[in-house]
Design a protein around this ligand. Structure first.
Ligand code: FAD
Length: 429
């Protein structure tokens, strides 16, 4: 049995490990056009900032691949013949397979702005983008970053560490409006300003100007911002253009069922490139996240190994950081107050900055729905368990110290004593 996997990101590599564990004798080939080995792209900002080397962002040592007999091919797959069960490679010959996983990830989404192809304008996704950013942004005096998501704020921090002036363009009227209430947006806007980034709310690019290379950005607010480098961070989209004629059902991504099976027999898809035909309750059809890539990769791995298993990601979680403020969310947090939701939060100021915990529960049942934290780290597994068991907001508030996360080697940060604080309900703002 030959298992072929297109994509050596977290999804493809996780699937390869699952297959190997269950079938010591099967042949496994992992193909990637990006790099000969697997990198954790989530850590690349630290490479640019000089905290890590590229090698540090390789989660597996060289001997992992030989020990596990996982063949790696550094090549681009240009064509899939799902009926004939072969892949065409750009450099190498055709590759026959018995079962296939498509784990081709995402590419940055650009929105057809005039001038977007000028030199000095780029997204940050693949290793080649990091190379280009190091070459071209390192010496930039003034940069514009478009898009306020998690990659956008990383770009802004990366640029600031090398002294580049950054104008940060955000379409919405407040920062992270889709994810948190107004007072938390204000806290992050303050943090961004504290790092000398010019935040332009309600602002989009209209044209990128320059001869061969970008020189300025004309904005929707009729302002011209000088820029010798522009980072585009307006989201990502599934990397599936090459599959147009493959005869596999696609929409925005490759359509899959709960076992990560595509419309073609023996072909699976998972991770950023996959789109659920019937998304699970409360979850997006496309989940472009590291940990969901890992779980979807493991699910697809079970299917490749001949033991189909449904995708069961559990309670949603995510984490990020906005300059020096860490953000963590477990479950679902509504960004605006509503009668359906009871909202309790506490915040205080420490010598290390602000910290805030917000809990939300269903008004009718009282069951905890989500917790998010800024400037403090909580034990995600403890909170996931509470949400999965439907514990009450009161019980969660009482037990919150159990969710305190004390990093080893650094001073413990204690959960604020919520029992001594008045619980503020809804109508925050
Ligand atoms: C800078 C950055 C920071 C991030 N930070 C976070 C974070 O903090 N938390 C989080 O949850 N997520 C984060 N993400 C998103 C996360 O990295 C992705 O969700 C995850 O990498 C997706 O994994 P994947 O294996 O599905 O796809 P990918 O990692 O995209 O891997 C797919 C691979 O397939 C290759 N490929 C595609 N097509 C072909 C082809 N035709 N032939 C050969 N090879 C092909 C691609 O080149 C790529 O190497 C971040 C992303 C970036 C770029």
């Amino acid at each position: 049995m030959h298992i072929a996997i297109v994509g050596n990101g977290i999804t493809g590599v996780t699937a390869s490990r699952v297959v190997r564990r269950r079938h010591p004798d099967w042949r496994i080939t992992v193909i990637s056009d990006e790099a000969p080995t697997h990198y954790a792209r989530t850590a690349w900002m630290y490479v640019y900032m000089g905290h890590l080397t590229r090698e540090h962002t390789q989660p597996y040592a060289e001997h992992f691949w030989t020990d596990n007999r996982i063949e790696r091919v550094h090549d681009r797959v240009t064509h899939l013949d799902a009926r004939g069960k072969t892949l065409r490679l750009q450099k190498g010959g055709p590759l026959a397979w018995d079962r296939l996983l498509l784990a081709t990830g995402s590419i940055p989404a650009f929105y057809g702005w005039p001038g977007q192809d000028l030199a000095g304008i780029q997204g940050l996704y693949h290793l080649q983008d990091l190379d280009r950013m190091e070459r071209e942004a390192g010496s930039a005096k003034r940069a514009v970053v478009v898009g306020g998501g998690l990659i956008g704020v990383e770009m802004a921090e990366m640029l600031r560490t090398r002294g580049t002036h950054v104008s940060f363009l955000i379409r919405e009227g407040r920062y992270m409006a889709h994810a948190m209430p107004k007072r938390e947006s204000r806290l992050l806007e303050h943090e961004i300003a504290r790092h000398h980034v010019d935040l332009h709310l309600r602002t989009e690019p209209v044209t990128f100007q320059g001869k061969d290379r970008v020189q300025s950005v004309r904005t929707s607010t009729d302002v011209t911002l000088m820029a010798d480098w522009v980072g585009i961070a307006t989201g990502v989209r599934p990397n599936i253009d090459w599959l147009k004629d493959a005869g596999i059902d696609t929409a925005r991504g490759i359509l899959v069922d709960r076992q990560m099976r595509t419309s073609a027999p023996d072909v699976f898809a998972a991770g950023d490139c996959a789109e659920a035909r019937e998304p699970l309750a409360g979850r997006a059809a496309i989940e472009p996240l590291w940990y969901t890539g890992r779980i979807q990769g493991a699910t697809a791995g079970m299917g490749l190994a001949g033991s189909p298993t449904p995708y069961a990601p559990g309670v949603f979680f995510n984490s990020a950081k906005f300059f020096d403020i860490e953000w963590q969310v477990v479950g679902r947090i509504a960004p605006e107050p509503s009668p359906e939701i009871v909202d309790a939060y506490t915040e205080d100021e420490t010598p290390h900055g602000p910290r805030l915990i917000r809990l939300q529960a269903d008004t009718a049942s009282g069951a905890l729905l989500g917790v998010h934290a800024l400037g403090i780290r909580l034990r995600q597994s403890v909170i996931s368990d509470w949400i999965a068991r439907g514990v009450s907001l009161d019980d969660a508030l009482r037990d919150l110290p159990l969710a305190s996360f004390d990093p080893e080697f650094s001073r413990a940060i204690l959960v604020p004593d919520l029992s001594r604080q008045s619980q503020r309900i809804a109508n925050l703002g």
